[in-house]
Design a protein around this ligand. Structure first.
Ligand SMILES: Cc1cc2nc3c(=O)[nH]c(=O)nc-3n(C[C@H](O)[C@H](O)[C@H](O)COP(=O)(O)O)c2cc1C
Ligand code: SF4
Length: 416
């Protein structure tokens, strides 16, 4: 039985006058290096999808020379199936603000931005009010809580492109440029916003950081597995009876249990046809693969990745080609077009899939799709191109008998 945790979900305070910012106060008394040490000790991995260690990112940012640094909260949340940051922005906004300010203090940034997905009207309204109140109460501004920490925060409404969730596109967007990814290196911590060292962290990473500094790293490391510490907010959606945001302790249940115990089971047919465990850029898992623990390492061992924590359940009666078409349409629409193979390749794949609404693919066609996928990934400047074929290729691999002509029985058994 998977039990919901309350590490992040606790403390629903929204009124700034009733919140004492205990984590931020503790951070200011600890000093920059000790805050970073505590985040490193917690082994927190970034919750935006890539899983980069937050303590390492902050430590590298602190080391950067120069007086001017920026700290950005990435609240763009464009990955289809992901809506856990929205929960935090709407229901735990002060925790997000606190984590952001702790991070800014730790790395030596005096200016920050929160970049919120353009469609998120309510979070934008909430944060506009919070920023105003925070300035009135002296929580933003000069000498915060009597310290020598000065910090101000600006809200930016996202322009509606998935690629703007990529940290370098997001930086371009804040600078008023077109939201396209930059070539790395230099990485944002070396040369980010307006050419200055910049930290970009996901909303959930920052909410975790606030709780870690507030409660101490020990409480966080005590939760989860050796390589996946703490808890994770998952967005459960698709053909499921009880969709929603759930907080799960890593390692305390399998994907199957999450779907059945928390999600109330499958709603379209009796069992899933497959499950996407980490958002649209992660590979599909078959029902017999769902017995894997919910942790970064277990899902990787099962052949996919935990990504942003978006678990999408696809019921057994769904049409595969329709799903393939929707996925490829998304990438075709959302490519920023900078890298030629990503722009043209995703268009070409969508064209090929469209020819197959009522007929199977030949082996050769599937090989061509995979070759295009390899070319896109090899030339991609950002994660969008690198992963745009992950789900599509996994569906071809896992359902050859349904999608590909003349699949021999031995091949069918091997691919399962
Ligand atoms: C196409 C694309 C979209 C992304 N969208 C988001 C997003 O909506 N939110 C997010 O936090 N990270 C997103 N990322 C990852 C960010 O580039 C970055 O790794 C992350 O914000 C870092 O925060 P973290 O270390 O706290 O995870 C995206 C990456 C790519 C390539
Ligand atoms: S990989 Fe695709 S989305 Fe990313 S920069 Fe290149 S063209 Fe743009």
């Amino acid at each position: 039985m998977v039990i919901e945790k309350k590490f992040l979900k606790g403390n629903p305070l929204k009124d700034i006058s009733e919140y004492d910012f205990p984590g931020l106060r503790r951070a200011l008394s600890l000093g920059q290096e000790n805050v970073i040490q505590e985040i490193s000790d917690s082994m927190l991995l970034g919750r935006g999808g890539a899983g980069f260690p937050t303590g390492t990112k902050w430590s590298l940012a602190l080391e950067q020379a120069g007086d001017k640094k920026y700290f950005i909260c990435n609240a763009d949340e464009g990955e289809p199936g992901t809506f856990k940051d929205r929960f935090l922005l709407e229901e735990r906004p002060l925790k997000v603000l606190e984590g952001l300010m702790i991070g800014a203090y730790a790395v030596g940034a005096d200016e920050g931005f929160i970049y919120i997905r353009g469609e998120y009207d309510l979070p934008i309204k909430i944060f506009r009010e919070i920023l105003e109140d925070a300035r009135d109460e002296g929580i933003l501004g000069k000498n915060i809580f009597g310290s020598d920490f000065d910090f101000d925060l600006t809200l930016v409404r996202g322009a509606g492109a998935y690629v703007c969730g990529d940290e370098t596109s997001l930086i371009n967007s804040i600078e008023g440029k077109r939201g396209i990814s930059r070539i790395k290196p230099p990485y944002p911590i070396q040369e980010g916003l307006f050419g200055n060292p910049t930290v970009v962290n996901n909303v959930e990473s920052l909410a975790c950081a606030a709780e870690i500094i507030n409660k101490g790293a020990g409480e966080f490391v005590a939760l989860g597995t050796d390589n996946s510490r703490g808890t994770k907010l998952v967005s459960l959606s698709g053909d499921i009876n009880l969709p929603g945001v759930y907080e799960i302790e890593f390692g305390c249940g399998t994907l199957e249990e999450i779907i059945n115990d928390l999600g109330g089971g499958v709603s379209y047919g009796n069992k899933p046809k497959f499950v996407i465990p980490g958002g649209l850029s992660t590979a599909a898992l078959l029902p017999e693969e769902l017995n894997c623990g919910y942790s970064y390492e277990d899902i990787e061992e099962a052949g996919s990745s935990l990504g942003s924590g978006a678990i999408i359940v696809v019921g057994e009666s769904r049409d595969l080609v329709e799903i393939l078409l929707k996925v490829s349409r998304f990438y075709m629409d959302e490519t920023c077009g900078t890298c030629f193979p990503c722009r043209e390749g995703n268009k070409q794949i969508n064209f090929m899939l469209n020819q197959h609404k009522n007929k199977k693919f030949t082996r050769q066609e599937v090989e061509i799709i995979k070759d295009i996928g390899d070319a896109i990934a090899a030339a991609a400047r950002c994660g969008l191109g690198q992963t745009s074929l992950s789900l599509i290729e996994s569906i071809f691999d896992k359902f050859p008998e349904e999608l590909i002509e003349e699949v021999r029985h031995s091949e069918k058994v091997r691919n399962r």
